[in-house]
Design a protein around this ligand. Structure first.
Ligand SMILES: Nc1ncnc2c1ncn2[C@@H]1O[C@H](COP(=O)(O)OP(=O)(O)O)[C@@H](O)[C@H]1O
Ligand SMILES: [Mg+2]
Length: 306
């Protein structure tokens, strides 16, 4: 068990340094067995980051890769529900916490699977907003580190991490996760969202976290009747944005009612509608991402680009 602040005060013989060192060693050993660790990031909530993470991960798994998803959005965990594993209980052994099985053989871990089922979000009490901010960040960091070091992922080709919205989360993750492959940015067609992309990129570059590319969600509206995407917004905005910022454009996903419904039903859209326009769009994004990463491993990505 880890120590709390109270345990430390006036602590006599506790070996806290030893505990932390041991946790870091465990974290490193676990992470070494995961070939690619991809953080999915957005500047704000509600842009479809979790929906994109679930479907992208499923598409990658359907290509034959061994895939894990970590729902690191501690305050709004939605992966378990979207992927239909809510209510399953992770097995806990001496080795650690075992992820539950999702579709396409995916291994899923979420705070949602460990918390009591009363839908109360994790909250932190503080007297001032600044305290709240500091506490939230450090507690989130601690929780994430524990989560990563205690989960028995085994060998994985890909681990996707659904991070809470907000650019500052990248800093926490970069700090915690040894060998983070890079991050994928999810945005929607609106000015605010794009301003945030600018901020995320600046931060990622400052931290030297490779930016694997940009996905534009809700780009236009998919009309099932006419089977085409109507461009309600400005067409090609995501592509242009990526170009302007010098990052890769991984692809776009239009708004489609069926995608929202599949999120509620717990069966990933791509698993159910593989042979649809949007199903294929997800598969293309998955292949593009794999390509970008293998190129990167030969030393040709955006790594370190400013
Ligand atoms: N392209 C899309 N078409 C239709 N609904 C979508 C699309 N992307 C996301 N959604 C829905 O929008 C809501 C918010 O998405 P979610 O993935 O939870 O956002 P975030 O994780 O960024 O907060 C969910 O109900 C989700 O199913
Ligand atoms: Mg989410």
């Amino acid at each position: 068990m880890s120590k709390t602040y109270k345990d430390l005060a006036g602590d006599g013989g506790s070996n806290i340094v030893g505990q932390v060192t041991e946790q870091l060693g465990r974290l490193r050993a676990r992470m070494q067995r995961i070939k690619r660790k991809v953080a999915v990031v957005s500047g704000k909530g509600g842009v479809g980051k979790s929906a994109i993470t679930v479907n992208l991960a499923t598409a990658v798994a359907m290509e034959g890769a061994t895939v894990g998803i970590l729902d690191a959005d501690l305050n709004g965990p939605s992966i378990a529900k979207m992927i239909g594993v809510r209510g399953q209980r992770p097995m806990i052994t001496a080795e650690g916490v075992h992820p539950v099985q999702g579709p396409a053989g995916m291994r899923i871990m979420s705070m949602d699977l460990l918390l009591p089922r009363d839908d109360t979000p994790v909250t932190w009490q503080a007297t001032t907003p600044t305290d709240a901010y500091v506490w939230r960040s450090s507690l989130e960091g601690t929780a994430l580190r524990e989560f990563l070091s205690d989960t028995v992922w085994g060998e994985l080709d890909f681990l996707f991490l659904d991070l809470p919205p907000g650019t500052d989360r990248i800093a926490t993750l970069a700090d915690i996760l040894p060998g983070l492959t890079g991050m994928v940015l999810v945005t929607i067609p609106s000015e605010v969202s794009h301003l945030v992309v600018r901020k995320s990129l600046a931060l990622a570059r400052g931290l030297r976290v490779p930016v694997l590319g940009l996905i534009e969600n809700m780009a236009g509206y998919y009309c099932q009747h006419c089977q085409t995407v109507s461009e309600l917004f400005r067409p090609g905005e995501g592509l242009r944005l990526a170009h302007d910022f010098g990052i890769r454009f991984l692809g776009e996903i239009p708004f489609d009612q069926r995608l929202a419904r599949s999120g509620d039903s717990g069966i990933p859209f791509v698993a159910m509608h593989q042979e649809t326009t949007i199903g294929r769009m997800f598969q293309m994004i998955a292949r593009e991402l794999s390509k970008v990463i293998s190129l990167g491993q030969d030393g040709h990505t955006e790594r370190g680009k400013r």
